[in-house]
Design a protein around this ligand. Structure first.
Ligand code: SF4
Length: 119
């Protein structure tokens, strides 16, 4: 998949407004670590995603995660199972202060994440 994405991106044969393959990457960085020529495909995919997202091409689940992150400081909801396991492990309840959430929202506004329409 990586080679095909890189080839199509460099040949400008990719319609970022519709491209789905760039969202299949899990950002494991294996391709970047293995490349003997020093190419950084994971970074290229990151740039392609930024451009695609700015055009409105962003999977719904990522938009939902971004909204939750802005609102709560978490990308995933804290479930009953999470709370139970944390309690069993003697860990404190997860809690993000209002100040931290305010800082997150400020960072989002100042970064590329804030330029992606997630409403
Ligand atoms: S970062 Fe991992 S998942 Fe993404 S293209 Fe490279 S090897 Fe594939």
């Amino acid at each position: 998949m990586t080679r095909e994405v890189m080839e199509r991106a460099t040949e400008e044969a990719m319609l970022l407004r519709e491209e789905e393959s760039i969202w299949l990457c899990v950002m494991c960085n294996s391709c970047t670590e293995r490349c003997q020529l020093g190419v950084d495909p994971a970074f290229v995919i990151t740039l392609l995603r930024q451009a695609a997202a700015a055009m409105g091409n962003c999977p719904r689940h990522l938009v939902d995660e971004a909204k939750l992150f802005q609102a709560s400081g978490f990308s995933f909801p804290s479930t009953g199972m999470t709370k139970k396991l944390r309690k069993e492990l003697g860990l404190p309840e997860l809690c993000v202060s209002h100040k931290a959430i305010s800082e997150i929202q400020s960072i989002v506004k100042r970064t590329s994440m804030g330029r992606v329409d997630i409403e």
